[in-house]
Design a protein around this ligand. Structure first.
Ligand SMILES: Cc1cc2nc3c(=O)[nH]c(=O)nc-3n(C[C@H](O)[C@H](O)[C@H](O)COP(=O)(O)O)c2cc1C
Length: 177
């Protein structure tokens, strides 16, 4: 898909057909995810591919009962390994850069999914400790997003955006021209 179309047509998909998503497509999503920029190229991301029905069900439960997550054939949990960039960047790496880097990687997954004709939805509303337990995350690895991926059973959402004029400033905050 042409880049401009891809960006404009990306939108969350929250209903999936039950058909399997081949592993090679998942590899493609993750192969692009790791092309995301990261502070000092330290790449603090970790990804957990979840296909097990019971694990997906528990994740959906931890995500405040967002059942569509369990209906996605694959859930990719994007995580940040906070120790990977703490050595060089200390607390800033641990708390700030790791989150930005893993978020960029997550966006790459969303865009690549759309480009491959897949649907995806990022879920960030979940009870942290429940997700950490379900995924067996060690102390230094924290979840960032749960991305449900599958063949769309509905069109991607067309969520409106706040007009640019309201969010763009010139030279200083609050200055419009
Ligand atoms: C940090 C973050 C957390 C989100 N959490 C959820 C969620 O828990 N459940 C959900 O259905 N959508 C979630 N979303 C998706 C947003 O609702 C969605 O991106 C927004 O409404 C704009 O729609 P669009 O991405 O389809 O353009 C989340 C998005 C972000 C960036």
């Amino acid at each position: 898909m042409e880049f401009q179309d891809l960006v404009r047509r990306r939108g969350m998909v929250r209903a999936f057909r039950p058909d399997a998503v081949p592993e090679e497509l998942v590899r493609k999503l993750l192969g692009n995810a790791v092309r995301a920029p990261s502070a000092g190229n330290l790449q603090p991301w970790e990804f957990i591919i979840v296909r097990d029905e019971e694990t997906k069900r528990r994740l959906a439960q931890a995500a405040l009962g967002q059942t569509f997550l369990a209906e996605a054939p694959v859930v990719i949990a994007t995580c940040r390994n906070m120790e990977r960039n703490a050595g060089r960047y200390g607390d800033r790496g641990r708390e700030f850069y790791s989150l930005i880097d893993a978020s960029f990687a997550t966006l790459m997954i969303l865009l690549t999914a759309r480009n491959e004709g897949l649907g995806a939805c990022l879920v960030g509303a979940y009870r942290d400790e429940e997700v950490w337990r379900v995924l067996g995350l060690p102390e230094h690895v924290r979840s960032v997003g749960l991305v449900g991926v599958g063949w769309p059973a509905e069109p991607a959402t067309k969520a409106e955006r706040i007009p640019l004029a309201e969010v763009v400033h010139r030279e200083r905050f609050g200055q419009r021209r």
